[in-house]
Write a protein that binds this ligand. Structure first.
Ligand SMILES: [Zn+2]
Length: 366
């Protein structure tokens, strides 16, 4: 198979989370001469497959074979790779069967490498992500197999192929605030404590406010109010309490501590309760680490594009890898149609992604 044949085979195989559609078995057989370890947990399938070519560093490619459901309204069968006008249509073409095909083919074609090459694949990235990459990493940690560097091949490019890699991700802090008052009659406001009136004076100082200035790679952490509710939908009673929800997509400069202090400063003198939960933690890979320099170089070698280092967007399994002290970046095709109907990627981007990964492997020790 060449890269495009492999890519089309992956797209032609329906693999909605957490079903891998048999793709992990297929990749295990496809990579002849590699050692395979299956780390399946409940209905999730996970594969770690590696080859030690010689002593040296361990470079790993990571990704997911699962896709989100196709939904209705497609112009083509979402589980058939249909090529027209230079594009290949199908669920998962951008997110992220292009990435999986590109790195699988790249390591299959590698004859020489100073060190170890591996793949980390799961069928549970789009779902709960509880029994997926986390379980593979546990296994690697326990068996002294953690890689030195990981490339997650999620789609990262924006306007043109090669223009962006991700060197980190923001975290997500969820806030639940209850502002206490004292219920009363609208005609006697002096006898009540109206939490709506009280928060109205606070809101302009918190809603949409930046909690830090960000830095070269991170946008500022912004306080975003997502919900406020109070009252009984009547005009003659003022409410006893008010509930507000908010979210902060936080960079590494702002933690739960700073959010707690920010709230304390602005709600000073008011009776409130605050609860915070952390959906995910921010991370950043230094831009002078080897993996960043090498992928920058490989992208430039193949496309001529000087890539940008981004931390924008949602979350990916890279958030589980970085805390283990493993340097991680993300690079893949453009991402304008992920999770939407008529998902597609250009044939050229898939071919170029394969070339970039091959080049990365070639220049790793140069
Ligand atoms: Zn993805």
């Amino acid at each position: 198979m060449d890269i495009i044949e492999l890519f089309k085979h992956l797209v032609n195989t329906k693999s909605e989370t957490p079903d891998d559609g048999g793709l992990l078995d297929f990749i295990e057989e496809y990579l002849v001469g590699f050692e395979a370890v299956r780390i399946d947990v409940e209905d999730v399938t996970n594969l770690f497959i590696y080859k030690k070519f010689s002593e040296g560093e361990h470079l790993c490619f990571a990704g997911h074979v699962d896709v989100v459901p196709a939904g209705s309204g497609w112009d083509t069968n979402p589980y058939e790779a249909v090529e027209k006008d230079g594009f290949i249509y199908g669920r998962g073409t951008q997110d992220m069967k292009s990435g999986v095909a590109a790195f699988t083919q790249a390591i299959k074609e590698t004859k020489e490498f100073k060190g170890t090459l591996s793949l980390m694949l799961t069928s549970d990235e789009e779902g709960d992500a509880i029994n997926g990459t986390v379980k593979i990493l546990e296994f690697l940690e326990n068996n002294d197999l953690l890689p030195d560097a990981v490339v997650v091949a999620e789609p990262t490019c924006e306007e043109k192929f090669g223009d962006a890699i991700k060197v980190g991700r923001r975290g997500s802090i969820n806030g639940y605030l209850t502002l206490k008052g004292k219920q009363g009659h609208a005609a006697y406001p002096e006898k009540a404590i109206n939490p709506i009136h009280n928060i109205s004076r606070v809101l302009e100082n918190i809603a949409g406010i930046d909690l830090d200035n960000g830095d070269d790679t991170f946008a500022p952490s912004k306080f975003v109010v997502t919900d406020i509710r109070s009252g009984m939908e009547v005009t003659n009673v003022t409410p006893n309490e008010l509930k507000m929800m908010f979210n902060v997509r936080n960079n590494t400069k702002t933690t739960q501590k700073e959010v707690t202090e920010f709230v304390a400063k602005h709600f000073a003198g008011l009776d409130y309760e605050l609860r915070l939960t952390q959906g995910s933690y921010p991370f950043k890979t230094d831009t002078d680490t080897k993996i960043v320099k090498k992928i920058d170089k490989a992208i430039e070698n193949i496309t001529g594009v000087k890539t940008k280092h981004s931390t924008a967007g949602g979350t990916s399994d890279a958030r589980f890898i970085a805390p283990l002290g493993v340097t991680v970046i993300e690079f893949g095709v453009r991402n304008y149609s992920i999770h939407s109907i008529n998902e597609r990627t250009s044939r050229k981007e898939v071919e170029d992604l394969h070339k970039v990964f091959k080049n990365l492997i070639e220049i790793w020790e140069s």
